[in-house]
Every structure is written in structure tokens, then in C-alpha cells.
Design a protein around this ligand. Structure first.
Ligand code: ANZ
Ligand code: ZN
Length: 848
């Protein structure tokens, strides 16, 4: 019998058996299954090592949970809409549908080759009408709940993709030199500051368009607050989301603005109004030397009507890239009244004031805010210090640089001498013009895309009725046939485009924007619960029982977009009465990157290693045993070799055992020792699986395999103990290497599947074994203290002899050796020989 593991044959056989026995199907009657999910792949055409790592993690965990007796929901589907399919179709003279379906076929085959255990009866594909009709249905429900807006907006525009990009899809161009970003930092290691498209890296421009938005900002506070309780999420991801939401506490301060001639004036040409500003440092108000509004601010628009200089400035800034704007600005003929001193302040329109931050207006405090300082220098505005650093630094300092810290107030009337924080609190209670306020950096989610390969937004435009929602009965609005054109193919689909208004029956045109594909992935985990449900997106009863997702694994590039959108959707669905949970994911694992020569492994870099080269088990074992799931690791042939060897070793041991088995009844000390080591390994491996430390589980498995090998080599092992050891190995390796697990299990038992087997009983008293382990380790330490450990080339052998009584004998012998001649270097080989001889184990030693 060959003891070489032929991966192709073994894989094919067990995959056939698993499928035949339908071992991964989850019964919909299950009470509360453990829901294990890997972020579903974008259908790019082939799996890369990142996918494989991702799915090896979820697969190992779901197999482990299943062996522990859980019902497990472990589904898979396809994130199938998106621009790349459209581009590929364009280049290859095919259509996105055919291209995507071909990709799916290939990728599914690759997943199956890897032996990942999915309940394929739950497969979903987002580009199919029976999925995307629910995007449309949900769009309508969100619309009815007031969570959808249609607004003109200046948007990020990718000239190459010819589409709008959400803020979060604008990346900063990474410096060529820099390598992948640190886990959790959320920022590229370095960047040249150019804003580029996240997909094609073309520099991003600006455009003004009517666009559809989901008002995720309605949930800003809750999304921020909820992060606190997400204890199962990595701190890094929570921090990135916190920054993205960008909650800031401060005050809203109202300024009277007067004496300006705006449009619609009341005869004498002068108008009054108020302008609110948002400030995190309201106590610096006495240092305000001007007021500035953004070019998009209502006041700026009014002023532009009568003031050519303002009009021209507003137009210029509109066309500019944010970095070009700098600290340019234009003085207006309006004046603001300082709410506390009554002093008149000049009013500027300035591009550095952002329209959608705070109130879109600021009080300029050049002495204490860096941007205001730069603006003041450029426009010759006074710079005053009203907060003194508590270390008593020189007053002239703010002239050259703003003092942005807190301190003691000065030049601030009745507030002089107060600490910053106290002053802020007092101001809001003392004055009506001051009110506590909170702002967020988070913007509404722009979901419009001017592309074909996405979910049509279920709206028609009627000359008489404006935009009207398509009736539920008329969903889905299906995509028309693909046409090759630059720009948006839906604009070119004339026949599809012309329709009638659901309200008045008159002629109308379809909305030709499609939804951002992040809409698809914001709720797909719910569709897996009831993938064929025909009258709702998901079964609300099942959702009540089965949600949230217990473990979600994916790359940390999704720390912001996808994970924030899913949290928003979940809350919105809860408020629609469709869900009970408000957080979709209990435990999140963001997996690190697989590197190759220091670079990220990816098809675009041409450094992809495909699983076929090594076989499923070696690949799976390697990606799991190389590092903690959250760490990056390097793919090296050498390390892969380690995984390969482990697999061969286990296989050989299982095979040889079958060939040589016979029975010996009496148990000796070292049989007991090995038996306990098996228990200890089970306990340890169990703990490592619980904590997703597959690499450490693999180390434990490797150690037990080594011990069993030695056990067998020194002397004839006790069959029962040895066999139990091998069965344990087969069972505990199975979540990571299921084909190998089945193969060994089958050789040792001849029946049953390890995938359906119970997890080996962790020793009844785990702590006892740990204690034992600790004792052995401490004894080893003692031995090492006495003997020069460097000279012991076989520490495991010592470990073996250190068990129980042996360890005392070992210590005695070492002591003896040491007292005989304190200066002599102990002959460790001789000591080990004596130990082994004393128990009759040494006989085989020469043959080891
Ligand atoms: C006055 C002030 C004085 C401010 C001071 C800061 C320090 P940071 O600075 O990042 O913590 N701000 C408010 N709305 C803005 C807008 N639409 N565009 C540009 N800047 C805006 O953010 C808070 C500060 O950003 C706010 O507090 C405001 O300037 C500015 F010594 O108000 B501050
Ligand atoms: Zn109409």
C-alpha cells in the first residue's frame, strides 16, 4: 500500500461523498444555528490567495462548530454586479451577464476543489432579478421611511469609469515605495495626496448631478454609539469606523449678518439674516476676527447674485480640486455682528470652509485654529490670542503660528481667567446665541451610479408628477439587454427607457442610474436565511431566531464601507419592523494579507500562487498555520513545505497503523504518559480553535504527531493508546484539512465520516492536564538549568522521559552527573541512555 497522499484523488473522492450525503445542508427548522460567514467574493473570475485564506478560516471554524454539535449555517454567494464586469464585457466583446456567469462557474469550481463545506442550496447571486428585485423593494421601503433623498450634488467623478464615486471610494494614491498599510490604521502608509478612483486609480474630478442618497447620517449617532458595544470586533476596525463617522461635540453659535444687498431685497437693497457656525472651541469666540461661509452656503449663493466678485469666486472654486482651493477667498459687502462684543466682523466666502461640514460656516479664529491662521495671513486679517497656554508661553507666539491647545482665557471679558472647558460650558448657559451641538464627518450615502451593471433604481421621471416610484407589482425593473457604448448604456436603451407614469399614466422615462453595488452586500447575509423566498427579501421569523451573524470574516479593506453600510441597513430594517437585531455581526475577524516577496498577493501583481499547485490540504493548512488570522504573512515555498510535510506525516502514520496493528494489553508508564498527552492536546487544540488561533492548533497537532511517532519508534506502543492518538489527530486536523481528516479517519475506523463525527472529548479536567503540563515543563526547565541544554539535541526525548516518575529519575541522574564532577560538561547522551535503559525503552534507540 502506498503511503503517499495523492491529493487529487483523495480530494475528489471525499468531495463526492460529502456531496452525496449532503453533509453541509442546514435544515430550516434549526433553532439557532451558528452563522459563520466569509465576505462573499466579487466575481472577478478567479479566487486569489486572500479569498482562500478568508474561506479557509470560516470553513475551519464552521467544521469545528459542527463537530462540537452545533447546527451551522455556512453559505456562499456572489457579489456579481459592478463596473469591472462591464469593462471586461466591453473589452471581450461579450456582455456582463455572460461574463459574470462564466466567472461564477469558474470560482465555484475553485471553491469546491478546496473542499470548502458550503450549503450550496442557499447560493445567491446579486445580479439575478430574484435577488436584485429585493434591492428595489428595500429602496422603496427606505424611501417611504424618509431615508432616501434625490438631490443635486457636487460629486466625485471618475472620468475613466464615467461614474460617480462615494467619498469612501475615493482613495489617496499610494506612494509607489510604500507597502501594504498597517492592519487597523485605515490609512495608506504614505501617499502623494492625489485623490484617485479606488478601482482604476484615475485621478478623481468633480461634477454636479442629481443623485440618489440613502440618509445614513440619520443614524450617525447610533452608529457611533453602537461601536462601544461591539466587543467581538477588532479595536482597529471600530476605531476606523469611529473616525469615519467623526463625531464632534461643540457649540452652534449664531451671528447676525446685516447690511448686504442680496437678491429679493426689500427696496432699500439691504438685508439681514443670521448665520450659524459650528465650533469645537467656542470659548475662543473673543478671538473671532471674521466670519467665513463656504461657496455652497445659502448666503454665498445670495451674495453671488448681486456681487460679481463673489459670483466669479464661487464659480472658480466649483471647478477646482479641493487641494487647488487652498486659502483663497473673497470679501463680501456683508458684515457680521460679534454675538458678545457687538463688534462688526468682515464676512468672507472661502473655499476652505466645507459646505457639508458642520453648518458650512465658521467663525475665523486665527490665533487658535491653524486653517484660520493661514487664511488670516493670506487676507491680512487680525490675529488675536484669547487662550493662554498654561505653561505661560510668550504672547507674540500666535502671530507666527496658532496656539491650538487649551488653556486659560484672556481678552475675553467676563470669561478671563477661566479654563477652556469651563468657559465653553458657561457660554452655552449664559447666551442664547450659543447652543450645544454635535456634528459628524459622515456624509449621506450616494448610491447613484451611471452604469449598466447594477440594480436599476425603481423610479420613473414624469414631466407632470416628478419622480414616481415603480409599483411593487411591477418589480423587478429588469435590466434591458446590454449595449456597447461609452457613458451609461441605460441611456442608450431607448425602448426600455420609455415608459408610462404609474401615477398619471402619461409618458415618462425610467431612471437610468443603478445602485451602488454596496447596496447588494448590505443585506445579503439575510437573504441566505431564506434564499428562495418569493414574497419578501427574507423570512422575518427566521431572522429573529438566526441573526446576528455569529462570525464574519473578511479583509480589512472593508472596515469602513461595507461594514458601516451593513450596520446602517440592519438598523433601518429594524426600524421598518423587519428585524429585531440592530447590529448584524456579533464577532468580526478581519484577516491579514498574504504577501509574496513583501507584496500583496494579487492577480494584478502577477504573483498569485494557485491552490492546484499544492493541493487543497497543503494550501489550507499553510494559510491557517502560517500566522494568526489577523496578521499578514509571507508565502514562501519553505513554509508551504512545512504544511505539506505535516499532511504526509499524518497520512503515513494512519496508513502504517492499519498495516501493522496487533494487540498488547498491559499499559506501562509511558503509555499513560502518551495517553495524557493526547488529552492535553485535545484540551489545548479545543481552546485554540475557540479563539481562531489555527496556527497554534496546528502546532499542537504537529507536537502530538511527533510524540506519537517517537512513541512508536522507541518501543512497540500500546495499540489502544496509539490508535486513540491517531484518531485524535484525524479529528482535530479535520476542520483545517478535511480531506486528510476523512482519509485518516477512514483508514483507522473503516466507517463514518469525520465531518459528522463528534469532537473528541476534551479531557474531563482540562486544568489538571495543564497542571501536569506545567509540571513537566518546569522539570524540563530544571533539567535544562543543570545540563547545558544546547547540548541536548532531542528535547522531545527528554520530555518523554520526564513524564511522571521518569522525570524524577531524570532529575536524579542529572543531579548525580553534576555532583560527580561539578566542572565537567554533563554527557547528556549518556544520561538519556541511562534513563531509557532503566525502563527498558532504550533498546530501539539505535534504530531511531
Ligand atoms: C472656531 C475654532 C477655534 C475652531 C479654534 C477650532 C479651533 P477640527 O479643527 O478638526 O477639530 N469648522 C467647522 N465647520 C467647518 C467647515 N464647514 N469647514 C471647515 N472648517 C470647519 O474641527 C472643528 C473645527 O473645524 C471647528 O471649530 C471649526 O473651527 C472648523 F481655536 O471653530 B473651530
Ligand atoms: Zn406622472
Amino acid at each position: 500500500m502506498t503511503s503517499h497522499y495523492d491529493h487529487a484523488q483523495v480530494q475528489e473522492f471525499w468531495q463526492y461523498v460529502w456531496e452525496r450525503d449532503d453533509v453541509y445542508a442546514l435544515d430550516s427548522d434549526a433553532d439557532d444555528p451558528t452563522y459563520v460567514l466569509g465576505m462573499f467574493p466579487y466575481t472577478s473570475g478567479t479566487l486569489h490567495m486572500g479569498h482562500i485564506r478568508n474561506y479557509a478560516i470560516t470553513d475551519a471554524h464552521s467544521r469545528y462548530r459542527r463537530m462540537r454539535g452545533d447546527d451551522v449555517l455556512h453559505p456562499m454567494g456572489w457579489d456579481a454586479f459592478g463596473l469591472p464586469a462591464e469593462n471586461a464585457a466591453f473589452e471581450r466583446k461579450t456582455d456582463p451577464e455572460s461574463w459574470t456567469q462564466a466567472c461564477i462557474r469558474r470560482m465555484r469550481e475553485e471553491l469546491e476543489t478546496m473542499g470548502f463545506g458550503y450549503d450550496w442550496s442557499r447560493e445567491i447571486t446579486t445580479c439575478e432579478p430574484d435577488y436584485y428585485q429585493w434591492n428595489q423593494w428595500l429602496f422603496k421601503r427606505l424611501y417611504e421611511a424618509g431615508l432616501v433623498e434625490y438631490e443635486a450634488a457636487t460629486v466625485n467623478w471618475c472620468p475613466d469609469c464615467e461614474t460617480v464615486l462615494a467619498d469612501a471610494q475615493v482613495a489617496e494614491r499610494e506612494d509607489e515605495q510604500s507597502e501594504s498599510s498597517d492592519q487597523g490604521s485605515g490609512e495608506a502608509a504614505s501617499s502623494d495626496g492625489t485623490r484617485v478612483c479606488w478601482r482604476c486609480e484615475t485621478p478623481v474630478g468633480r461634477r454636479e448631478l442629481d443623485q440618489w442618497f440613502f440618509t445614513i447620517t440619520d443614524y450617525a449617532e447610533e452608529l457611533h454609539e453602537g461601536l462601544e458595544d461591539l466587543e467581538g470586533w477588532p479595536d482597529g476596525v471600530r476605531e476606523i469606523q469611529r473616525n469615519w463617522i467623526g463625531r464632534q461635540e461643540g457649540a452652534r453659535i449664531t451671528f447676525e449678518v446685516s447690511d448686504y444687498s442680496g437678491d429679493g431685497s426689500d427696496g432699500d437693497g439691504d438685508r439681514d439674516r443670521t448665520v450659524d457656525v459650528f465650533s469645537t472651541r467656542s470659548e475662543t469666540v473673543y478671538g473671532a476676527t471674521y466670519l467665513a461661509v463656504s461657496p455652497g452656503h445659502e448666503l454665498a449663493r445670495e451674495l453671488a447674485d448681486s456681487d460679481d466678485a463673489v459670483d466669479e469666486y464661487v464659480e472658480t472654486v466649483r471647478e477646482q480640486d479641493p487641494d487647488e482651493v487652498g486659502f483663497s477667498g473673497v470679501e463680501t459687502d456683508a458684515t457680521a455682528v460679534h454675538p458678545l462684543t457687538g463688534e462688526e466682523l468682515p464676512v468672507y466666502v472661502a473655499g476652505y470652509v466645507l459646505e457639508d461640514v458642520g453648518t458650512g460656516a465658521v467663525m475665523g479664529v486665527p490665533g487658535h485654529n491653524g486653517r484660520d491662521h493661514s487664511f488670516a495671513l493670506e487676507h491680512d486679517l487680525p490675529i488675536e490670542r484669547v487662550v493662554a497656554p498654561d505653561d505661560g508661553s510668550d504672547e507674540s507666539e500666535v502671530e507666527s503660528e496658532a496656539y491650538t491647545g487649551e488653556g486659560t482665557l484672556e481678552g475675553s471679558g467676563e470669561y478671563d481667567g477661566l479654563e477652556s472647558e469651563t468657559a465653553r460650558e458657561r457660554l452655552v448657559t449664559d447666551h442664547d446665541a450659543f447652543a450645544e451641538d454635535v456634528t459628524y464627518r459622515l456624509r449621506d450615502w450616494l448610491i447613484s451610479r451611471q452604469r449598466y451593471w447594477g440594480t436599476p433604481i425603481p423610479v420613473v421621471h414624469c414631466d407632470d408628477c416628478g419622480h414616481v416610484l415603480v409599483a411593487d407589482d411591477d418589480l423587478p425593473v429588469e435590466l434591458p439587454e446590454f449595449v456597447r457604448t461609452t457613458g451609461n448604456p441605460l441611456d442608450a436603451a431607448e425602448e426600455w427607457n420609455e415608459t408610462t407614469c404609474p401615477d398619471c399614466g402619461g409618458p415618462a422615462r425610467r431612471e437610468t442610474d443603478t445602485m451602488d453595488t454596496f447596496v447588494d452586500s448590505s443585506w445579503y447575509f439575510l437573504r441566505f436565511l431564506s434564499p428562495d423566498l418569493a414574497d419578501a427579501p427574507f423570512d422575518t421569523d427566521l431572522a429573529a431566531d438566526w441573526m446576528p451573524v455569529d462570525v464574519y470574516v473578511g479583509g480589512d479593506e472593508h472596515a469602513i464601507l461595507h461594514l458601516l453600510y451593513t450596520r446602517f441597513f440592519t438598523r433601518a430594517l429594524a426600524d421598518l419592523g423587519l428585524l429585531e437585531e440592530r447590529e448584524p455581526i456579533r464577532e468580526l475577524k478581519s484577516q491579514g494579507t498574504v504577501l509574496y516577496d513583501g507584496e500583496k498577493m494579487s492577480s494584478s501583481k502577477g504573483n498569485v500562487v494557485t491552490p492546484e499547485e499544492y493541493g487543497a490540504e497543503t494550501t489550507r493548512l499553510f494559510v491557517l498555520s502560517a500566522a494568526h488570522p489577523e496578521q499578514d504573512f509571507e508565502w514562501t515555498a519553505n513554509n508551504v513545505r512545512g504544511a505539506y510535510d505535516l499532511q504526509q506525516t499524518l497520512y503515513r502514520m494512519a496508513t502504517e497503523f492499519v498495516e501493522e496493528s496487533d494487540t498488547r494489553l498491559e499499559r506501562r508508564d509511558h503509555d499513560e504518559y502518551v495517553d495524557r498527552e493526547i488529552d492535553r492536546t485535545i484540551a489545548a487544540v479545543t481552546e485554540e480553535y475557540e479563539r481562531f488561533r489555527f496556527h497554534r492548533a496546528a502546532t499542537e497537532i504537529r507536537e502530538l504527531a511527533r510524540l506519537l511517532r517517537r512513541y512508536r519508534e522507541y518501543d512497540r506502543p500500546h495499540d489502544e493508546v496509539y490508535r486513540r492518538g491517531l484518531l485524535t489527530l484525524a479529528a482535530v486536523i479535520a476542520p483545517m484539512a478535511p480531506h486528510l481528516g476523512e482519509e485518516c479517519w477512514n483508514k483507522l475506523r473503516g466507517d463514518g465520516l469525520v465531518v459528522e463525527a463528534d469532537w473528541p472529548d476534551p479531557a474531563s479536567d482540562t486544568s489538571a492536564y495543564r497542571l501536569e503540563r506545567g509540571l513537566v515543563e518546569r522539570t524540563l526547565e530544571d533539567v535544562r538549568d543543570i545540563v547545558d541544554v544546547a547540548a541536548i539535541d532531542e528535547p522531545e526525548r527528554i520530555e518523554l522521559v520526564c513524564a511522571r516518575e521518569w522525570k524524577y529519575r531524570a532529575a536524579e541522574l542529572v543531579d548525580e552527573a553534576a555532583t560527580d564532577d561539578p566542572d565537567a560538561v554533563p554527557d547528556t547522551d549518556a544520561i538519556v541512555d541511562r534513563i531509557l535503559a532503566a525502563d527498558g525503552v532504550g533498546a530501539d534507540r539505535e534504530t531511531v
